[in-house]
Design a protein. Structure first.
Length: 68
């Protein structure tokens, strides 16, 4: 449900917007890993969620490049 809405939103974006989202997600993942290493992260499941979102964004980018 929530994931399907997220995918619809991703597919509606342009390539440059997807690239920006990918960069932001990778920065967030870095920050989460840093917080986890210093024992400041409360919600460790967020790391898994962000990793999956990065994979989703990369999949949509690949789909769009295959269409072109």
């Amino acid at each position: 449900m929530k994931r399907d809405k997220y995918l619809e939103d991703l597919r509606a974006k342009s390539g440059t917007e997807l690239a920006g989202d990918l960069t932001a997600a990778k920065k967030e993942l870095f920050n989460l890993r840093f917080q986890n290493a210093t024992n400041q992260l409360d919600n460790t499941s967020r790391i898994k969620e962000v990793r999956k979102n990065i994979a989703r964004i990369q999949t949509v980018i690949t789909e769009k490049s295959a269409e072109a």
